[in-house]
Design a protein around this ligand. Structure first.
Ligand SMILES: Cc1cc2nc3c(=O)[nH]c(=O)nc-3n(C[C@H](O)[C@H](O)[C@H](O)COP(=O)(O)OP(=O)(O)OC[C@H]3O[C@@H](n4cnc5c(N)ncnc54)[C@H](O)[C@@H]3O)c2cc1C
Length: 695
């Protein structure tokens, strides 16, 4: 007898097993299938204790919801002997006795918590002679031990075997997605570190790593704020991963017809497909969260930048949302076709599935560049809250359906573990750095210098920290922003330190170095009260912050501003550029903070920096470190000619030129395009790092 399978019915058919891992990897569903086939055949029979008017009688109306309760089956002699005899005759000798007994103890009554009055062996022992006839149309109740039609048993067993096979493939493909998504950056990074690989990587970088997929757009948003174009390399990852997702959703279906759960092959494959896309979405959850993390194993294990992982986070999240949407549509279409949509719609699992789907879609919309630009803080908090709804909705979706029997929840646990790990490490970092008092000095109209004493971090370039200023945002004490780190010692030579606080103006870069488009007021260097900070001059870190529209707007002169620091974190890998014969540091405005630490790490450096006239105070504040750079081109009020700068380096004939650029989007994108073109034509090898102050 074939019936309509509902998701709830499927859940009721499930054998509660130990949730060790995933189906096919530690969890079995219907083993031995012959015994399940027998159960399916017998469980629809009316017993003397069945409640006649309680719900429909059908092949899948098992469990507490049907006319026959587990307690009723547990004590019914003929039900138990019929089931036992069916198992004895339909399960071949290769099925071990312990499996049959295990099945019996967990499934004979349809409820693990309600044991049958006999064991399997005891039930068999009740049979004095084999049954000779089947349960017929005229039977109102089961009043004797009967034969179960072997065809029905076989159809049911095969249906379950194929369903379990499909579930095993879902788990396998989910694991493949996760491993490939996670492993690809690690494998590629390892590959570039292999012996003899550096020359190949030098040749590939101008074609894969540096160029953008769409013109010269990368940091600058695409027209109409459509988003940021990825580089070719980032796009290759995204295309590979999207293709893998499509392949994993489309491949590996094995149909069995006739099928006791699905009325036809279309329904059967649609059922597998909808479950597949659901499992694949679950499998992507930990990866999506991992890619966005500050404390992210991938950042530690690879030479990929945080901004690259943010690009991948966005794209993998979009793929995730696509899987969620396809899953929901496929379920809807399937249940409408099966005629069970009305029933499913009223269930709790369905409602939570809708919650997760709706919030996943909302996240797609509200994480667009338009909203991120409109209010980054609102975007961020909304993003986290919506992500919580997606995870909680997903959890209840499978909880109401499967009660943690099949291990789907492990994907969600992994996602939560990744998130909590990141958050816990953040807290540890903040506690390790301790609460600090910062001196904030306005160095230009919209630029402040933040000196945090007593912090000792490596003076390595390419680092940033997340700064909290809770006194400035008492209503949002969690708010924090990334800033590049300068070791204060780099800014204060011994002489500078002795002069610190004294009026200055004589130490500006020479006229030959500095091109000014307008008059520069002869203001003195702002005074900083180093004593108020405690500790000797030079110990600590310095941030230069350009005030924007949010928290940074509130930064003003302050002698003791409570500051918490989460860091340091790496932005970009620095190895490649530091190994160059020549290092060209290109900065725009406050972007100087991203390149300045390199001057202490390379012996052949040229600094090229342009600032708006209004930011001249910043140039004065950095006189100390700049005066120690032999070659520099500092422009106040006029732009750098990056093409000419690169041309000059090429003419000089260096074998390997490193370029680090940090500043406004246009400067970063132009430099990227120009360096890419130079690197393609050679003969010099060009290394490029772009630190754009955004992701
Ligand atoms: C790795 C890195 C290093 C940076 N270093 C410096 C630096 O040394 N000096 C400096 O002046 N600026 C730096 N920035 C930029 C700085 O973080 C933003 O200007 C600052 O967060 C703006 O804060 P706000 O609330 O005042 O800005 P809002 O006006 O609210 O936002 C302006 C823009 O800043 C970006 N932004 C805001 N908050 C964040 C956040 N928490 N994380 C990432 N981006 C955010 C968004 O794109 C937003 O559209 C850096 C950014 C990054 C990613």
């Amino acid at each position: 007898m074939r019936g309509v399978l509902t998701a709830v019915g499927l859940a009721a058919l499930a054998l509660p097993g130990p949730a060790q891992a995933f189906i096919g990897y530690g969890i079995t569903m219907y083993d031995p299938s012959c015994a399940f086939g027998c159960y399916d055949g017998v469980s629809g029979y009316m017993l003397e204790c069945s409640v006649m008017d309680h719900g429909p009688v059908g092949a899948h109306s098992h469990g507490a919801g049907g006319p026959t309760s587990p307690e009723c089956r547990a004590g019914d002699t003929y039900f138990l002997t019929t089931l036992a005899y069916c198992m004895k005759t339909n399960c071949d000798a290769s099925t071990p006795m312990w499996k049959l007994e295990k099945f019996w103890s967990e499934q004979a009554t349809g409820d693990k918590t309600v044991p049958a009055k006999w064991s399997y062996g005891e039930a068999l022992a009740q049979l004095k002679k084999p049954p000779t006839d089947e349960y017929g149309e005229d039977d109102h109740h089961l009043t004797r031990t009967v034969l179960v039609d072997a065809e029905i048993v076989k159809d049911n067993a095969l249906t379950r075997e194929h369903f379990e096979y499909a579930e095993m493939i879902h788990s396998r493909y989910g694991l493949i997605l996760l491993i490939v998504g996670f492993g690809t950056p690690i494998v590629i990074s390892m590959f570039t570190r292999l012996p003899y690989m550096s020359s190949l990587s030098d040749k590939l970088k101008p074609y894969i790593v540096y160029p953008s997929l769409i013109g010269t757009y990368h940091v600058r948003p695409l027209p109409f704020l459509l988003g940021n174009a990825a580089t070719i390399g980032q796009s290759l990852y995204v295309i590979m991963f999207a293709a893998l997702n499509i392949a994993m959703a489309a491949a590996g279906y094995k149909s069995i017809q006739p099928n006791t759960w699905f009325g036809n092959q279309w329904q059967e494959v649609m059922g597998y497909f909808s479950a597949r896309t659901g499992v694949l979405a679950f499998a992507l959850t930990p990866l999506v969260i991992l890619l966005s993390g500050r404390n992210n194993i991938l950042l530690w294990a690879t030479n990929w930048s945080h901004s690259t992982f943010m690009v991948l986070h966005r794209w993998v999240a979009r793929i995730y949302a696509a899987q969620v949407i396809v899953h929901s549509i496929a379920e809807l279409v399937l249940y409408i076709d099966m005629g069970s949509y009305e029933a499913e719609f009223k269930t709790e699992y369905w409602a939570w599935g809708i919650v997760a789907t709706v919030f996943a879609c909302a996240m797609l919309v509200f994480s667009s560049l338009f909203f991120r630009r409109w209010s980054y803080e609102l975007f961020l908090i909304g993003h986290i809250i919506m992500a919580v709804f997606v995870i909680v909705g997903s959890w209840y979706h499978v909880e109401f359906l499967f009660s943690r029997k099949w291990g789907y929840e492990f994907w969600l646990y992994a996602a939560c573990a990744v998130w909590f790990f990141d958050r816990v490490i953040r807290v540890f970092r903040i506690l390790k750095n301790g609460p600090r008092r910062a001196v904030v000095t306005e160095v230009a109209d919209d630029i402040v210098r933040v000196d945090v004493k007593g912090i000792r971090w490596t003076a390595a370039p390419g680092l940033h920290t997340y700064a909290y200023f809770p006194a400035l945002s008492p209503w949002r004490p969690w708010e924090n922003h990334p800033f590049s780190i300068l070791p204060t010692a780099l800014l204060q030579s011994k002489r500078d330190a002795s002069l610190s606080g004294a009026a200055s103006g004589s130490d500006t870069p020479s006229n030959a170095d500095v091109e000014k488009s307008g008059a520069v007021a002869s203001t003195s260097r702002p005074e900083r009260d180093d004593q108020a900070l405690g500790g000797a001059p030079g110990t600590g870190i310095t941030l230069y912050v350009r005030k924007s529209k949010g928290l940074t707007k509130l930064l003003a002169n302050h002698n003791s501003l409570l500051t918490l620091l989460d860091g340091p974190y790496p932005d970009n890998p620095t190895d490649g550029v530091l190994k160059s014969d020549r290092l060209l540091l290109i900065a725009g405005g406050v972007g100087i903070t991203g390149v300045l630490p390199y001057i202490a790490r390379h012996t052949n450096v040229k600094v090229c920096w342009s600032v708006r006239a209004a930011a001249e105070g910043l140039v004065r504040d950095l006189e100390g470190p700049l005066s120690r750079v032999a070659e520099k081109d500092v422009r106040i009020g006029s732009r750098l000619d990056v093409a000419a700068l690169l041309e000059e380096e090429q003419r000089t004939g260096w074998n390997r030129v490193g370029v680090v650029v940090c500043g406004p989007g246009g400067l970063c994108d132009d430099t990227r395009a120009l360096v890419t073109a130079k690197a393609r034509t050679g003969p010099a090898v060009w290394e490029l790092e772009v630190d754009a102050f955004s992701w």
